[in-house]
Design a protein around this ligand. Structure first.
Ligand SMILES: Nc1ncnc2c1ncn2[C@@H]1O[C@H](COP(=O)(O)OP(=O)(O)OP(=O)(O)O)[C@@H](O)[C@H]1O
Length: 317
């Protein structure tokens, strides 16, 4: 039975990958991606993103657990899965003497039901470079050629490994727009990225990997909300930290000072900010350089990576 739009197009359960020598790069992870969803895998260097994506692409068998793509085992049943997926690897590795048009035509010849090569180049904005040799392309243009080739087979599932590395801000935004348009057309997209802004802008849901395990998962808003908000301000002249209302009563879960600057962390932003402002009003003082902000995905990422490092020993998946 083919999956419909409500079913999971990618399902990963207790997935493990062990390299020769016994190093366990993926340590029992699980997630699921619905049809027409953009799912991002984030993580520090060496967290296991590429190792995971390669298992999803069927390039290697897992050491444990289960992967299903479009209802099939992508390694054992590669012939069923491969024609319906598009893969953009970190390094395309094309013959560098061929032109962009020749490379795209050659690739299209290997794909059944391929889109016209010109259409794939148009999607990624490379039509004007059709006659340029691959070796003369800029790094960003090569990434776009990688993407054009991944799109040739009109894939139902698209794997993008760091798709915008090397692209300038405009190229990155163009790629985001294209990926969103593909998603809106029903394509399921799994991407890895180092750019938190990319995940925040593009991903419907994401997972943060750390040392082979999932440290956090959910929508960008859910993952961000798991981290404390921040308040910072300058202590008014003549006042000390102890003059503020008791921080625990304000819902503050952590604080530090740097000269006159006070930085607070709280999971109850409104309560903490209100308490401080009421105190300042009553004391008749101004909280100079007051800055009140929710955590960004970047702060969440750094916080999660830090926490995961500290607690990885007792972490239970
Ligand atoms: N063939 C291999 N043999 C042994 N160890 C490997 C092999 N390939 C990857 N590793 C190790 O597995 C871990 C995960 O690597 P992986 O490339 O999956 O991480 P990543 O999250 O994609 O990292 P990056 O963000 O740096 O691309 C790393 O510690 C890496 O050194």
């Amino acid at each position: 039975m083919e999956p419909n739009e409500h079913e999971h197009v990618i399902e990963v359960t207790d997935l493990r990958r062990v390299y020769g020598g016994g190093f366990e790069a993926v340590r029992g992870i699980g997630f699921a991606v619905r049809r027409g969803e953009i799912f991002a895998l984030l993580g520090t260097n060496g967290a296991g993103k590429t190792s995971t994506v390669e298992l999803l692409e069927g390039l290697a068998p897992p050491a444990g657990g289960r992967v299903r793509v479009l209802g099939h085992d992508p390694y054992a049943d590669r012939a069923a899965v491969r024609p319906r997926t598009g893969v953009m690897l970190q390094e395309g590795g094309f013959p560098s003497e061929l032109t962009v048009a020749e490379t795209t035509r050659m690739w299209a010849g290997c794909v059944s039901g391929a889109r016209p090569p010109q259409e794939a180049l148009r999607l990624v904005g490379l039509v004007e470079k059709a006659d340029v040799r691959v070796k003369q392309l800029s790094g960003g243009e090569r990434r776009r050629l990688d993407l054009a080739l991944a799109l040739l087979g009109k894939p139902e599932v698209l794997f993008l490994d760091e798709p915008t590395t090397g692209l300038d801000a405009e190229g990155r935004r163009d790629t985001w727009e294209l990926v969103r348009a593909l998603r809106d057309g029903g394509t399921t997209v799994l991407l890895t990225t180092h750019y938190l802004e990319e995940a925040e802008n593009l991903a419907d849901r994401l997972a943060i990997l750390h040392q082979g395990r999932i440290a956090a998962a959910g929508t960008p808003a859910e993952v961000t909300a798991s981290q404390p908000s921040r308040i910072s301000f300058d202590l008014p002249d003549g006042y000390f930290l102890g003059d503020l209302p008791p921080l625990a009563e304000l819902g503050v879960c952590g604080h530090e000072t740097d000269g006159r600057v006070v930085r607070l962390r709280t999971r109850e932003l409104q309560r903490a900010a209100t308490g401080l402002l009421v105190w300042a009003e009553r004391a008749g003082v101004e909280l100079r350089r007051l800055d009140v902000r929710s955590a960004s995905l970047e702060e969440a990422f750094l916080g999660i990576a830090r926490e995961a490092s500290e607690s990885v020993e007792e972490y239970v998946a």
